[in-house]
Design a protein around this ligand. Structure first.
Ligand code: PAF
Length: 282
C-alpha cells in the first residue's frame, strides 16, 4: 500500500487506474479506524479492482466549538489496518493541501441538511459535501462506500452525486456494532468506562421502538414518546438532542408511518455526541 499526501499525485495515480480500465472504490474516512471502517474497506476490496482509502480530518465540517483539535488520531495504526484490509492507497493530505488559500467553492444540499444533525451543526454538511465532492474529483471512483450510521450524511452525498451527475455509485453499508449494540464510532473513545457501558441503551431504545412499530404502532409521536421514556429510565444522564422519525430519503419528519421510515437519535453523553438510527416501517 502506498501512502500519498499530495492531492495531485493521488489524482494522477487514480486517473492512471481509470485509463487502464480498472474500477476504483473510494472509502472516505477521518481515521482512527474501528471495525465499521474496516468493513467498508472489505466491501470496497470485494467490489473493485483498486481501493483508495482517504484519511482526512476535514476542518470545514467542524463547528468552532466542536472537537477538531481533540479528534482522535493514530496514523501508524490506521496505515497498518488499511493495508491489512486491502487498500492500495491511503490518501492522507494536510488541510492546506485540500484547502488552498482563497478556496471559496462550496457544495450545499440545503433541503437534506436542514433537519436532524443540521439543526445543531450549522455548516457541518456543507463541509462534508464539499470535501466528499473534492475526494470524488481526485479519486474518480466508480464506487464510494459510506456507513449507514451517518444516515443523513449518506442521504446528502447520494443526492449530491445524483444532482451533479457524478459518475459514482454511492453505497451505504450497515452500521457495525459492539457486542452490546453500541454503534461503532471514533467518538466512543471519549466515553468513560461507565458511560461506555450505559451508552448501549441508545441502540436498545431504538430496537424497542422498532419492535413496537413492527407490532403495528404507526404514530411517530407515540413511538417517540416511548423512546423518550426509555432513555429517561435507562440513560437519564444523557442530553437528548433529537429523536425523530423521518422519511429515509427526504429526511422529512413523518406524521404517520405508511412505508419505509427511519428512527434517528442524537444524544450527548458526557463529552461525546452520539448518533444512531434504525430502519422501521415496510
Ligand atoms: O464520515 C466521515 O468520516 C466524514 O464525514 C467523511 C465522509 C470522511 C467526510 O469528511
Amino acid at each position: 500500500m502506498e501512502i500519498i499526501k499530495d492531492p495531485c499525485l493521488f489524482q494522477r495515480q487514480c486517473l492512471g487506474w481509470r485509463l487502464q480500465g480498472l474500477a476504483t472504490a473510494l472509502v472516505p474516512t477521518m481515521g482512527f479506524f474501528h471495525h465499521g471502517h474496516l468493513s467498508l474497506m472489505d466491501f470496497a476490496r470485494q467490489n473493485a479492482d483498486r481501493v483508495a482509502v482517504s484519511l482526512f480530518v476535514n476542518p470545514t465540517q467542524f463547528g468552532p466549538a466542536e472537537d477538531l483539535a481533540a479528534y482522535p488520531r493514530d496514523l501508524d495504526r490506521d496505515a497498518r489496518l488499511a493495508a491489512e484490509h486491502g487498500a492500495d492507497i491511503l490518501f492522507t493530505p494536510g488541510p492546506e493541501a485540500m484547502y488552498a488559500p482563497g478556496h471559496c467553492t462550496w457544495i450545499e444540499v440545503p433541503d437534506l441538511a436542514r433537519g436532524l444533525c443540521g439543526r445543531t451543526r450549522p455548516g457541518h454538511f456543507r463541509g462534508v459535501a464539499t470535501v466528499v465532492a473534492k475526494l470524488f474529483m481526485l479519486a474518480l471512483p466508480g464506487l464510494a462506500v459510506f456507513g449507514e450510521k451517518d444516515w443523513q450524511q449518506l442521504a446528502i452525498i447520494r443526492r449530491m452525486a445524483k444532482d451533479l451527475n457524478m459518475p459514482v455509485e454511492v453505497v451505504g453499508r450497515p452500521t457495525v456494532r459492539e457486542p452490546d449494540g453500541l454503534a461503532m464510532s471514533s467518538r466512543n473513545a471519549y466515553l468513560s468506562p461507565g458511560q461506555r457501558l450505559r451508552a448501549a441503551a441508545i441502540h436498545r431504545g431504538l430496537v424497542d421502538l422498532a419492535v413496537r412499530a413492527a407490532g403495528g404502532e404507526t404514530d411517530p409521536a407515540v413511538l417517540l414518546g416511548g423512546l423518550r421514556r426509555y432513555y429517561a429510565e435507562n440513560l437519564a444522564e444523557a442530553d437528548i438532542e433529537y429523536l425523530e422519525i423521518v422519511d429515509p430519503e427526504t429526511l422529512e419528519p413523518l406524521d404517520l408511518i405508511r412505508g419505509p421510515a427511519l428512527a434517528a437519535a442524537a444524544l450527548r453523553l458526557g463529552p461525546a455526541r452520539l448518533i444512531d438510527n434504525i430502519s422501521i416501517g415496510v
